[in-house]
Ligand binder design. Structure first.
Ligand code: 5AD
Ligand code: FES
Length: 354
């Protein structure tokens, strides 16, 4: 590593002299041998801190109804060409049972912010999945009233994913016409207070953002002390207000962000998120070699997959869950990384937080 990059790199994981925004900006600009070194160090820290095993979380996109209008999202309310669907609770439970049979330790239930799924209905669903599939359950259903999270916890919710999307207050307001930055952060506190493992993160390369915002997003995600950090590239959806926005000129920027997150957060789970495959066909595999340790195969029934397009170029829309499960086994074999068995809980808080 070039001598002038050694110091910022050294500060990435030190409590006495934490990294600065300037450190991260410098590291986000590395190229050539320095970039290879950055990736190699992230991979090494990942191996030492969380091991070679890759946790598999089967994701079920169970409803594309959404009452919000986030400027980037393909299923935003009122979006013309979106055919809406909502899986019946029994269908979701049956899919979770399949997930167990395919060998997954966790099922992730994701949807738009769909008011049909009241607190009672979500709790009922959690209880049934616990009883019939016995898996760890992650919810990713957006912002909910403060009291919901402890009820979800009591019904069996182990983890919750809610991205902060960007740490930049003005940018958050600009791209979320009907949402509030402080409200989003309050939800993360409430989720944690309910005893649920917290996953959050941001989109890399949002419009109106540059290296300064990205550096601050990396620092903010680290400060939140997350059990899981889920980040992926912003992919412009043509039918949204942010359609047509180009990708970042430096295509490595997305992977650099992941590598830096791993160096600053050795013990967090870091997934190779689906949007990386929309960027390039082996995007998710590359993330696993640059800091990632979680893979979330899509196990949504094939009839619904194409209808859940938050962004274009989504991979695996014609595959069924079994095909994705087999595909991931092959992908991991090529990377010489074993699939993890068991639930894959947070390793951050020892036994304290599940
Ligand atoms: N590009 C990339 N990621 C997106 N998301 C939503 N729309 C897009 C897009 N156009 C991400 C958001 C959300 C998660 C479920 O999907 O970060 O939190
Ligand atoms: Fe629903 Fe984006 S419009 S989460």
């Amino acid at each position: 590593m070039t001598p002038e990059l050694e110091q910022p790199l050294d500060r990435l994981n030190r409590n006495d002299r934490p990294p600065t925004e300037a450190d991260l900006r410098a590291l986000l600009e590395v190229q050539g041998d320095d970039l290879r070194e950055l990736y190699a160090r992230a991979d090494e820290v990942r191996r030492r801190a969380v091991g070679d095993e890759v946790h598999l979380r089967g994701i079920i996109e169970f409803s594309n109804y959404c009452h919000r209008r986030c400027d980037y999202c393909g299923i935003r309310a009122g979006s013309p060409g979106v055919k809406r669907y909502r899986m019946a609770p029994d269908e979701i439970v049956a899919q979770a049972v399949q997930a167990r049979d395919w060998g997954f330790g966790t099922v992730v239930l994701q949807s738009g912010e769909d008011p049909w799924f009241t607190t009672d209905r979500v709790c009922d669903l959690l209880e049934k999945i616990k009883a019939e599939a016995g898996l760890a359950v992650t919810l990713s259903i957006g912002e909910r009233p403060a009291d919901d999270y402890s009820r979800f916890r009591a019904a069996g919710c182990d983890r919750y994913l809610l991205r902060f999307e960007t740490s930049d207050r003005e940018l958050f307001a600009k791209i979320h016409p009907d949402d509030d930055y402080d409200g989003r952060l309050a939800c993360l506190d409430q989720i944690r207070a309910a005893g649920i493992q917290v996953g959050s993160g941001f989109m890399i390369g949002l419009p109106f953002s540059g290296l300064d915002v990205l550096a601050r997003d990396l620092l903010f995600a680290t400060q939140l002390d997350l059990d899981m950090i889920g980040c992926g590239p912003f992919i412009a959806h043509p039918d949204t207000p942010l359609g047509g926005h180009p990708a970042w000129a430096d295509r490595e920027i997305y992977f650099k962000a992941i590598a830096l997150l791993r160096l600053m957060n050795p013990l967090s789970h870091i997934p190779a998120t689906t949007a990386f495959d929309a960027l390039c066909p082996n995007g998710r595999d590359l993330v696993l070699t640059r800091g990632g340790n979680v893979f979330m195969p899509n196990i949504t029934p094939v009839a619904y997959r194409a209808l859940y397009q938050l962004y274009p170029n989504k991979p695996c829309v014609d595959e069924d869950g079994g095909a994705c499960a087999r595909c991931i086994v092959r992908r991991l074999e090529r990377l010489k990384r074993p699939p993890a068995r068991g639930r894959g809980d947070s390793v951050k808080r020892g036994k304290g937080n599940g």
